[in-house]
Design a protein around this ligand. Structure first.
Ligand code: KIV
Length: 316
């Protein structure tokens, strides 16, 4: 089959399916070397009910009231933040998952406050519209509420971010209060809380039993009463997450918490398929960048080795 590209007829060699949203197409005979394309079948592109110039914590609460779902993705650097924000995402999370994704650690525990501030500062430079929320990292808030406030102030002052996220329920109540009293918006995080991984010993679904489910509901209500503007609910049964979202007026943003909540968050590197070892059921991959980038790098290596790159047009 021949198709037209850049006013040239090129031979279409393979179409392979990546997932139901994407296919990979390989062309032969193009005058540039990267010959792998992903084509997205774009359906229902924007379902935004209202145009928002800038997203604030109040916008998110309004979105919940209006029945508009909230979209949230992670970013740890300027370039990714620009792409994510330019796509129209509502919330950009500078997650402590940077510890895994950017630094290659097994858990989120090793990342430091200084490192989180570095990531957040880079992200903030790339944002025009989205709300930037930064994880307060393990070891920078647990000692006492004063330490928590000091860390939150450093994040806000040094990075220019708009809010912080803290893991836990009743155990972080005093710290949350103190941070809120300083005028810093706080997002809660319940369910699977990766900073406590060594306490639980596993990344399996949380709150499956009645007692833990009840505790989670109480914690969610407590965080709302304390003044959090939203809560991330990670890896809990969909039925429980739906119940929490119905009980609370602040938005519940789920990851592995089903579709009955007020918004969704994913780690960007996972959803674009740059990482491939992490395959939880809740993860939808929208691209296969790992394969795409590997083939680009291999082509580059081959072009360098063969002397094909650079050509006459690519030199001075
Ligand atoms: O650190 C992170 O990326 C997170 C999300 C998984 C919610 O906390």
């Amino acid at each position: 089959m021949n198709v037209s590209c850049e006013n040239k007829n090129v031979e279409l060699v393979i179409i392979s399916s990546v997932n139901k949203n994407f296919i990979c197409i390989y062309f032969k005979g193009l005058n540039f070397k990267i010959s792998t394309f992903t084509v997205q079948f774009v359906t229902n592109m924007s379902t935004a009910k209202k145009e928002y110039k800038r997203i604030t914590t109040k916008t998110l609460v309004d979105m919940k009231k209006n029945g508009e779902k909230i979209s949230m993705l992670t970013a740890y650097d300027y370039t990714m933040a620009r792409i994510v924000d330019g796509s129209g995402i509502d919330v950009i999370l500078v997650g402590d998952s940077a510890s895994n994704v950017m630094a290659g650690h097994e858990t989120t525990l090793p990342i430091t406050l200084d490192q989180m501030i570095y990531h957040a500062t880079s992200v903030v430079r790339g944002i025009e519209r989205g709300l930037v929320v930064v994880d307060i990292p393990f070891g920078s808030y647990q000692s006492d509420p004063k330490e928590a406030l000091r860390s939150a102030i450093r994040i806000m002052k040094e990075s220019g971010a708009h809010a912080i996220k803290i893991e836990g329920g009743r155990e972080v109540k005093e710290s949350t209060k103190r941070i809120l009293n300083a005028g810093i918006p706080v997002m809660g995080h319940l369910g699977l809380t990766p900073q406590s991984i060594y306490k639980f010993g596993t990344y399996t679904v949380r709150a499956k039993e009645e007692e833990e489910a009840q505790k989670l509901i109480e914690d969610a209500l407590l965080l709302e009463r304390t003044g959090c503007f939203a809560i991330v609910l990670e890896k809990v049964p969909a039925k429980l997450a739906t119940e929490v979202a119905k009980k609370l007026t602040i938005p519940i943003i789920g990851i592995g918490a089903g579709n009955g909540v007020d918004g969704q968050v994913l780690v960007t590197h996972d959803m674009v398929g740059m990482t491939y070892e992490f395959n939880p059921r809740f993860l939808r991959r929208y691209m296969d960048l790992y394969t795409g980038m590997t083939s680009a790098f291999k082509q580059y290596i081959s072009d360098v080795k063969s002397g094909d790159f650079p050509n006459e047009k690519e030199q001075y």
